[in-house]
Design a protein around this ligand. Structure first.
Ligand SMILES: C[S@@+](CC[C@H](N)C(=O)[O-])C[C@H]1O[C@@H](n2cnc3c(N)ncnc32)[C@H](O)[C@@H]1O
Length: 266
């Protein structure tokens, strides 16, 4: 199968994420409205919060790439960040993010944009590029993505990555019991899904094709290094953050389920 080009991937994924938005809203939004009605609310895990404080978040300008409904960026703002701008491909999720910003009464901007096409007006504006759970896998070209990250950052700015471990790309989340690898860790062709993207409720529905990509950790490191970053922190965890593989956590023969990586622009 020919690898679809980046523009077709983005357009199909935009439609698929727009279709997922009301489905996620059904199960997630009321809880978020409730949370963000309280000043200072954060939905972030302690691991992430601790690391953000360690590298310094107070007053820092933050861009979140693939921000979805904005729950994480609004939480980052509540940790004391300065200017915050979230970018996402999906019209519907950007709409939800703006609603939550209004409810939280927070000055955070949300921009509907393909991360590969973020306009130069944002260049050199941010101390931190914040990329979290389930973002990288939607991006067909990691090297180009890291070049975008580099241009958005100020000199000395950092990339902050908190993501599911790519080893999970080898498994089907519906499989239970002893994990059985089904796909190559180095799978080059995208995963194509026609049954929707409901990783919260597990429902299926007819959807525009969504394309996601397997990026081995080596590819993540290589993209950072070739785009002029120095990796200053990297840690793996046996905690699932994807909502899909929690059943792997209690296994004795465990493997990494998530990771954090910080890389400084040099
Ligand atoms: C799994 S969600 C991120 C979830 C978020 N980290 C959270 O935990 O709330 C992935 C997001 O990436 C966005 N996305 C996918 N491809 C994109 C692209 N090329 N540019 C911008 N956003 C993109 C989707 O619209 C979706 O909102």
């Amino acid at each position: 199968m020919a690898r679809p080009d980046r523009i077709s991937v983005a357009e199909s994924n935009r439609r698929a994420w727009n279709q997922a938005a009301p489905v996620h809203r059904e199960t997630q939004f009321a809880r978020l409205v409730d949370g963000f009605s309280t000043p200072g609310f954060s939905c972030l895990a302690p691991t992430e919060t601790g690391l953000l404080h360690e590298i310094g978040i107070e007053g820092r300008a933050v861009a979140q790439l693939c921000c979805n409904n904005g729950r994480e960026l609004l939480s980052v703002k509540n940790l004391g960040a300065g200017e915050c701008v979230g970018f996402d491909l999906s019209d519907e999720f950007i709409g939800q993010a703006r609603e939550l910003a209004t409810i939280a009464d927070l000055d955070v901007s949300f921009v509907r944009e393909d991360v590969y096409s973020i306009p130069p007006t944002y260049d050199g504006r941010f101390d931190l590029a914040y990329v979290t759970i389930g973002a990288l896998c939607w991006l067909p070209d990691l090297d180009e993505f890291l070049r975008v990250v580099a241009r958005l950052l100020k000199d000395d700015g950092s990339l902050f990555l908190y993501d599911m471990h790519p080893i999970l790309g080898m498994f089907e989340c519906a499989d239970r019991g002893i994990p059985l690898p089904r796909y190559s860790y180095f799978k080059a062709e995208p995963f194509v899904e026609l049954g929707g993207i409901d990783y919260y409720g597990g429902t299926t529905y007819e959807s525009a094709p969504s394309y996601c990509f397997q990026h081995p950790l080596g590819a993540v490191f290589s993209a950072c290094l070739s785009s002029g970053f120095v990796v200053t922190h990297f840690k793996e965890y046996d905690k699932d953050i994807s909502s899909l593989f929690e059943h792997f956590e209690p296994l004795d023969t465990t493997f990494p389920l998530s990771y954090t990586l910080v890389a400084r622009k040099v």
